[in-house]
Design a protein around this ligand. Structure first.
Ligand SMILES: CC(=O)SCCNC(=O)CCNC(=O)[C@H](O)C(C)(C)COP(=O)(O)OP(=O)(O)OC[C@H]1O[C@@H](n2cnc3c(N)ncnc32)[C@H](O)[C@@H]1OP(=O)(O)O
Length: 175
């Protein structure tokens, strides 16, 4: 995770007073659970309420983001419906995940994705298998990403290909 911001920007997860933002409530339940689990027996008991909160907001959002997810701070999920994340996937700091995104296995035993920092993932994208999405990469809407995406590049299509800009020219090569 080389060129990314070293610190998560927690303001991205902060709730806005008076605004209905179910994705932020869902994330808050995950953060609360993971903090409480570090506090020994008392934290373990208190974490039960975070589990209930997580179940409630998961149902409201129609999202499957496991409570033990490895997600760096500063995640944004402005439209959380349909987001599915495998419990073993790793997501860096300050990422953006739009609706209907799946981050999981490809069903071929290669494992689960590692998403580095500051990655934006467009609506409906599927990121599958033991691949790495480099920091500051962008994944286009509805892309199916099956291979590594280098940092700072944009991947679009099915299967996803890299589109990179050099001045006015777009260079297209296979991921
Ligand atoms: C309620 C709401 O609004 S929720 C918001 C939902 N929106 C999203 O999720 C946005 C996701 N963003 C995208 O998919 C964007 O198109 C990006 C980030 C991939 C690329 O954006 P830009 O850098 O502006 O690229 P640009 O639009 O100039 O397109 C460049 C090329 O990629 C192609 N392209 C762009 N997006 C996609 C895509 N999702 N799938 C396939 N091809 C695409 C374009 O057709 C163009 O191809 P060409 O050079 O052959 O003509």
């Amino acid at each position: 995770m080389s060129i990314s911001a070293p610190l998560p920007d927690w303001t991205r997860e902060k709730k806005t007073k008076g605004k209905y933002e179910p994705g932020k409530f869902l994330l808050a339940s995950i953060r609360r659970y993971q903090k409480l689990k570090l506090l020994g027996v008392v934290g373990h008991v208190l974490s039960k309420s975070a589990v209930l909160q997580h179940r409630f907001w998961s149902a409201v959002c129609g999202a499957d983001i496991p409570i033990n997810s490895q997600i760096g701070g500063g995640l944004m999920i402005p439209h959380p419906n349909g987001i599915v994340i495998h419990p073993e996937a790793v997501i860096g700091s300050n990422c953006l995940i739009m609706q209907q995104v799946t981050i999981g296995t490809a069903g071929n035993g290669t494992g689960t994705p590692i998403i580095e920092d500051n990655v934006d993932i467009g609506a409906g994208a599927k990121i599958l298998g033991g691949i790495r999405i480099g920091s500051h990469a962008r994944i286009g809407a509805n892309a199916v990403v099956l291979k590594d995406v280098p940092e700072g590049t944009t991947a679009v299509g099915i299967p996803a290909e890299i589109k990179s800009c050099t001045g006015q020219d777009l260079r297209l090569r296979h991921v």
